[in-house]
Design a protein around this ligand. Structure first.
Ligand SMILES: NC(=O)c1ccc[n+]([C@@H]2O[C@H](COP(=O)([O-])OP(=O)(O)OC[C@H]3O[C@@H](n4cnc5c(N)ncnc54)[C@H](O)[C@@H]3O)[C@@H](O)[C@H]2O)c1
Length: 257
């Protein structure tokens, strides 16, 4: 792979799940801000198409195939970033799945897959990327969810995995602080993405009920999440680590009827 010199002020950021939804928006935003973006996604074709669109728009990006549940593939994706751009300065873990199911009949394989993608994968991906910024410092942002704090029925594995990532955020933050690596999480409430559209179409959520439950009265836009991610990757948050920032329109604060 041809190595590309990175401009001194630019950062190299690896985004898992960057081919779609929140990750796609985050990738575009970071590229617009001057980052060199490595889009690591299960859907290799969509990752490459997204990277091509960023390049077409004047940014810098590559797409790489990665299943974050496979530590070797996480290593390969992180190494592809170094091979192309020479280093890694940060990562955003957006890859995720959603599959609500009654707990009483949830197949163990579904439980295991959810925990594997949302929690194990977050750790494997962070570990692989951080190995390559351990001597230089950097910033990590995990995308969690309000479900790291708030229990929803039929989402046992999802809620537990996201709560696990919120704790992982704290553990890695204190463990890697001495290396100059900050670790934070962004937890959205419902975001207007394909994942949410699929859940609405499947009858798992009711859009009207969601809006009524959110004090600011609307779903989050992917750009709202990208704003928070951009902040937590930037030097404007240089003394913030181990923190979960909820982009939820007031969902978690709301305790009334
Ligand atoms: N959409 C919401 O309302 C919402 C709310 C809170 C949290 N989240 C979280 O935000 C993240 C992104 O959600 P989204 O709405 O953008 O979903 P999405 O389905 O639009 O995008 C998810 C991306 O992750 C990729 N992916 C899935 N499994 C992967 C794996 N094993 N390895 C690598 N890539 C994988 C998919 O190919 C896809 O490109 C998820 O972690 C989700 O749990 C979403």
């Amino acid at each position: 792979m041809l190595k590309l010199p990175v401009m001194p002020d630019s950062k190299v950021i690896v985004v898992s799940g960057g081919a779609s939804g929140i990750g796609s928006e985050v990738s575009s935003r970071l590229a617009t801000e001057g980052a060199y973006v490595v889009i690591a996604d299960l859907n290799a074709a969509q990752a490459e198409a997204k990277a091509a669109a960023i390049v077409e728009a004047g940014g810098q990006a590559i797409g790489v195939a990665c299943d974050i549940t496979n530590p070797e593939l996480c290593e390969a994706a992180a190494q592809a970033a170094v091979d192309k751009y020479g280093r890694i300065d940060g990562l955003v873990n957006c890859a995720g799945i959603s599959k609500p199911h009654d707990s009483i009949s949830l197949p163990p394989t579904d439980w295991a897959r959810m925990v594997d993608v949302q929690l194990n994968g977050a750790f494997y991906f962070a570990q692989a990327c951080t190995k390559r910024m351990f001597d230089t410092g950097g910033a990590i942002v995990f995308i969690t969810s309000t479900n790291a704090e708030a229990a929803f029925p039929r989402r046992a594995a999802y809620c537990c995995a996201k709560a696990g990532v919120a704790m992982l955020t704290k553990v890695l933050a204190i463990e890697w602080a001495e290396k100059g690596i900050r670790v934070n999480a962004v937890g959205p409430a419902y975001v207007a993405t394909e994942m949410t559209q699929r859940n609405i179409a499947a009858g798992n959520v009711n859009e009207g009920q969601i809006k009524a439950r959110i004090p600011l009265g609307r779903l989050a836009q992917p750009a709202d999440v990208a704003d928070a991610v951009s902040f937590l990757l930037s030097d404007k948050s240089s003394f913030i680590t181990g923190h979960s920032l909820y982009v939820d329109g007031g969902w978690l604060a709301y305790g009334y009827f």
